[in-house]
Design a protein. Structure first.
Length: 325
């Protein structure tokens, strides 16, 4: 490889890498793959139960699948799909070799064009849509890789799913900010639909939306009722009693704002993210504090408390009822 005068080898190598990465744009990641199972009522039921979605459109003889299940029908499970292409693996391998060995999913976008109904057999094609220029993030420097998957039923395009990951080189400890200058904990996104919820949290009150047309409780807060479509609502205050319905254990590079805790819960990682079923019947995502992540269990009885993280930020968390007792 030759280098231009006045251009460092590091810059030239970076340019060469980006040229190689960009060459993968437009390459197929999957071609005419078939879903392992047709769209089916049991999977729709499991999804709706997990989400607490009782919309009648998802059951009965004319049932449709919830639109957000779009990606579910393309999943290959532990055994994967046959006939895979190698372009995507090659791209990720190239990034690994260049030192961008860590990965985190950043976001996805879905477009729905046709309802999916039980019995529909889907096929899908995926393409590497874009590879970004090198970006600097709080996790480290790296590249955003976006794939686009088109889902078909016969000749009809049913929907499009875009999935984006960041392949990055983690910041080395010596490069991280001074621990004495710990950045503030990220703030929740407050908008016109959920502002009332966060105002309640600020007052140490967990408010649940209630439809004034049919009385259905819902969480998270939404502009309309997912049971009857009504737009009117008021609130009820949660009792604070609940149980762990499900949980996942997060393993990821620590973010400086989470490496220390002002209270009992240490979220430096690993830590459990839990789905709490409140006594009122709705579910919410939170943390169980005061116990290690490997001591959290499904069915664990918990009680709400509000934790102050700094002068402004209050968050609802849960503590084992056994520890409270």
């Amino acid at each position: 490889m030759s280098y231009e005068p006045g251009v460092s080898h590091e810059v030239a190598a970076g340019d060469a890498l980006e040229t190689r990465l960009k060459a993968y744009e437009g390459e197929p990641a999957a071609v005419a793959r078939a879903g392992k199972d047709p769209v089916n009522a049991p999977m729709i039921r499991h999804w709706c139960e997990a989400m607490g979605d009782t919309n009648p459109a998802y059951s009965g003889p004319d049932a449709m699948a919830p639109p957000t299940m779009l990606q579910v029908w393309t999943m290959g499970g532990l055994s994967g799909h046959a006939g895979r292409t190698h372009a995507y693996d090659e791209l990720l391998g190239l990034l690994d070799e260049a030192g961008y060995s860590s990965v985190v999913a950043t976001d996805c976008e879905q477009e729905y064009l046709r309802p999916l109904r039980p019995g529909d057999a889907i096929t899908f094609d995926s393409v590497i849509e874009s590879v970004s220029e090198k970006k600097t993030t709080k996790l480290g420097t790296g590249y955003f890789v976006t794939t686009r998957t088109d889902i078909h039923v016969g000749a009809d395009l049913a929907g499009t799913h875009r999935f984006r990951i960041l392949k990055y080189a983690p910041i080395r400890r010596a490069e991280q900010p001074d621990r004495q200058q710990k950045p503030p904990r990220p703030r929740p996104v407050v908008n016109r639909d959920n502002a009332g919820f966060w105002e309640g949290v600020r007052r140490r009150s967990l408010l649940i939306q209630r439809c004034t047309d049919c009385g259905t409780l819902r969480h998270p807060w939404l502009p309309g009722c997912n049971a009857c479509g009504g737009l009117g609502w008021d609130t009820v205050e949660a009792s604070g009693e609940g149980t762990v319905y499900s949980y996942v254990v997060m393993h990821h590079p620590p973010f400086p704002a989470f490496t220390e805790s002002d209270h009992a819960a240490d979220t430096a990682g690993p830590y459990a993210v839990v789905l709490i079923e409140l006594a009122e019947g709705v579910r919410m995502i939170s943390n169980v504090v005061g116990v290690p992540y490997d001591k959290v269990w499904i069915g664990m009885p918990v009680r709400l408390e509000f934790q102050l993280y700094d002068d402004e930020l209050v968050l609802p968390v849960f503590r084992s009822r056994e520890e409270v007792a």
